[in-house]
Design a protein around this ligand. Structure first.
Ligand SMILES: Nc1ncnc2c1ncn2[C@@H]1O[C@H](COP(=O)(O)OP(=O)(O)O)[C@@H](O)[C@H]1O
Ligand SMILES: Nc1ccn([C@H]2C[C@H](O)[C@@H](COP(=O)(O)OP(=O)(O)O)O2)c(=O)n1
Length: 231
């Protein structure tokens, strides 16, 4: 008797992972590639930022692993599309702007080193994998969350260039920052993210490295699209 095609297990949807350090352009490139492909998008850093933000708002000591883990387990995080932008809703409050500060980035990096916090966010991240495909941006998308992804990109740029990009981005938002302080923060975050024991920032063995220093956004998008296997 022929197998019933309806009961056959469906192959998992396609995933493209884009990992890399702060300011390498992961978020920008992931969003543009996802738009071109019509795929879903996972900004995993926003989840860690949301937990760092919620913990700070609740006055939790970020080095108290148990309290931060409880916070990660109980914080409700939703993404909502609004006028072509993705808003991040944390416990019912629109925290999209609050979570983008460098202070919140540092808080996210600190709580992301707690193994149980990562476990608390694991299934939520995997639930973004849906047809026709997913572009997932973060630090461990290719190594831990989607190890079977069809294409893994590790996006880098020199620390100086990443600091300059972040400086321009924050200045354009009207925030008061200095290039020197941003460079120090980026270097401190690189070190903490790369040296933590669990799911450190590093390229997967099968990742394609793209150094975007001196490359414009459209060129990087084109490079990523050219790497995609037929899907
Ligand atoms: N290849 C590039 N060339 C110039 N600027 C870039 C490039 N990629 C990203 N940017 C800019 O750098 C800033 C940081 O990019 P973002 O996507 O937020 O990085 P990440 O998500 O890796 O932290 C943004 O203002 C973005 O427009
Ligand atoms: N998959 C991820 C994503 C982010 N993190 C942590 C480590 C990062 O320093 C913070 C913030 O990540 P995010 O990608 O939003 O930061 P940048 O946009 O690269 O500056 O969260 C992580 O540990 N694992």
């Amino acid at each position: 008797m022929p197998a019933n095609p309806l009961s056959a297990p469906r192959p998992p949807s396609a995933v493209l992972t884009i990992d890399g350090p702060s300011g390498s352009g992961k978020g920008t490139i992931s969003r543009l590639v996802a738009e071109k492909l019509g795929w879903h998008l996972l900004d995993s850093g926003a989840l860690y930022r949301a937990v760092g933000y919620a913990a700070s708002m609740e006055g939790i000591d970020l080095s108290d692993a148990e309290a931060v883990t409880r916070c990660a387990e109980s914080t409700k995080i939703r993404f909502r599309d609004e006028n072509g932008e993705t808003r991040v809703i944390v416990n019912g409050h629109d925290a999209s702007d609050d979570i983008r500060t460098e202070t919140c980035g540092a808080a996210a990096s600190a709580i992301a080193a707690i193994p149980n916090v990562r476990t608390a966010l694991l299934e939520k991240q995997r639930s973004f994998r849906k047809a026709p495909g997913l572009v997932a941006d973060g630090r461990d998308m290719g190594t831990v969350i989607f190890p079977d992804a069809g294409l893994k990109v590790f996006l880098t740029a020199s620390a100086d260039e990443r600091a300059r990009r972040r400086y321009k981005q924050l200045k354009d938002k009207g925030l008061s920052v200095t290039l020197h302080a941003l460079l120090r923060e980026i270097q401190a975050r690189d070190t903490r993210d790369a040296e933590r024991a669990v799911a450190p920032l590093k390229p997967a063995n099968d990742a394609v490295l793209i150094d975007s220093t001196g490359l414009g956004i459209e060129l990087v998008v084109a490079k990523v699209l050219a790497l995609l296997p037929a899907h």
